[in-house]
Design a protein around this ligand. Sequence first.
Ligand SMILES: [Zn+2]
Ligand SMILES: [Zn+2]
Length: 266
Amino acid sequence: MLSDYHIHSDFSGDCKVPMSEMIEKAIQLNLKRLCFTDHHDIDFPHPSINFVLDIPSYINEFHHLKDKYSNQIELLIGIELGMQPHLHNTLSTIVNNNDFDFVLASNHLAKGLDVYEKIYFENHSQYLGYLKYFEDILGNVKSYTDYDVYSHLDYVIRYGDFKNKVLAYNDFKDILDEILSTIIKNGKGIEVNTSGYNYKLDNPHPSRKILTHYKKLGGEIITLGSDAHSPHNLIEHFDLAKELLKSIGFKYHCTYVQRTPEFHKL
Ligand SMILES: [Zn+2]
Ligand SMILES: [Zn+2]
């Protein structure tokens, strides 16, 4: 099943590509399923970029295109929720009032701060910068369950000007194991986000070590997403990611329709 379950369109504040262009490219690449997961980051600390999704327009345009391309590709509608502790109720309401096929939970912030901003790692050591990010994720997975898959679990390691960005699992073992166990216990999954390969990490998000522990702890649900903000990034590095997953012992990846996972051989 060739599919991509993390992509953006111009409904996201950081993407200029219309949905139709992403779809045309996906058809060229022979994808069977394509799932839009545009950003919905409420209370994002940059007033200059609007990461709040116009959900009614997004869903309208999606259904128009789903019909138009129904003979060529199966289109799915998802959302990438920017998680913050004070937003849980608001986000639950959004998920429960809309008919999404797939819901990604994401952290782009730690303690309300944008980890992408240089100042974040100027004010934090590498260890504390990573730890605060994981503390937020742990808080989210413990008290919020209206999502399907937690995306790019170690996104924070992209940033910060460090020689060795990939984290040592043992430095964060307790908190990462607790995050992964909670996700598994709640019947949720994680994604392999292949954009990590574009940040000279030599790994997807999350890195091999986290994926290995997820497997050891009993994790089975994995989706594959490119996080494409441009057509040429669709399904980028999926071959590498599938080989990595197989080498760890995973046999399946998932797609979602109507919030229900379907398992496909890797
Ligand atoms: Zn994201
Ligand atoms: Zn994304």
